[in-house]
Design a protein around this ligand. Structure first.
Ligand code: TMP
Length: 210
């Protein structure tokens, strides 16, 4: 059984990752590939329960360390019970966020440092890395103009952190992508969802030819 490919979509809040994850999964299925589309934090009953602990009730209740541990625990369950079984069964996995979100949001923007997040990931998830990370970038003015994003009450406590926090998250994501051009595709998130989707498909093409 050939192991499936593991693709993570990453980026700041409001960049359109969830839509792109769904469109990518649909396009892959049309090529006859079996795809699991999932998200973090979440993707298993245990990890969804941790998601509720993180975001419900809304408001800042967790210190940086506790927050990082909760994300790592959710990821550990997700990897063990959903991602690895699917990959080992030959399915592809498309996840809306993975460990780079913890590196950016907790490691960089909450100052825990990259080494700590990587260590937690090693303990929790055996250091699993995606075959490809698709980083969707959108400038903050465009994100602010999008409906149903940060300030309409639908976003969580982390989404509502200040602009400087989100700028640091965006800088961190870009630095990971620039340090590893083979492991990442940087995608311009402007335009319609179909336009962005075409860019995503272009980035995934090398995996289809493997
Ligand atoms: P979502 O809006 O993409 O569902 O993500 C929920 C929030 O959680 C979002 O603000 C990003 C944040 N997050 C982290 O801070 N660390 C993580 O490891 C993950 C997966 C998400």
């Amino acid at each position: 059984m050939t192991r499936g490919c593991f693709i993570a979509l990453e980026g700041g809040d409001g960049t359109g990752k969830s839509t792109q994850a769904r469109l990518l999964a649909e396009a892959l299925r049309q090529k006859g590939i079996e795809v699991v589309v999932t998200r973090e934090p979440g993707g298993t009953p245990g990890a969804e329960a941790i998601r509720e602990l993180l975001f419900d009730p809304p408001g800042e209740i967790w210190g940086a360390e506790a927050e990082a541990l909760l994300f790592a625990a959710a990821r550990s369950d997700h990897v063990a019970n959903r991602i690895l079984p699917a990959l080992e069964g030959g399915e592809w996995v498309v996840t809306d966020r993975f460990v780079d979100s913890s590196r950016a949001y907790q490691g960089a923007a909450r100052w825990l440092g990259d080494a700590v997040i990587k260590q937690l990931h090693e303990i929790g998830s055996g250091g699993l890395r995606p075959d490809l990370v698709i980083l969707i970038e959108l400038d903050e003015n465009t994100i602010a103009q999008r409906p149903a994003e940060r300030d309409d009450g639908s976003s969580d406590a982390i989404g509502r952190r200040d602009d400087e926090y989100h700028r640091e998250v965006a800088r961190a994501f870009r630095s990971y992508a620039e340090a590893d051009p083979e492991g990442y595709a940087i995608i311009d998130g402007t335009g319609t969802s179909q336009e962005v989707h075409q860019r995503v498909i272009g980035a995934v093409k090398p995996l289809l030819e493997r």
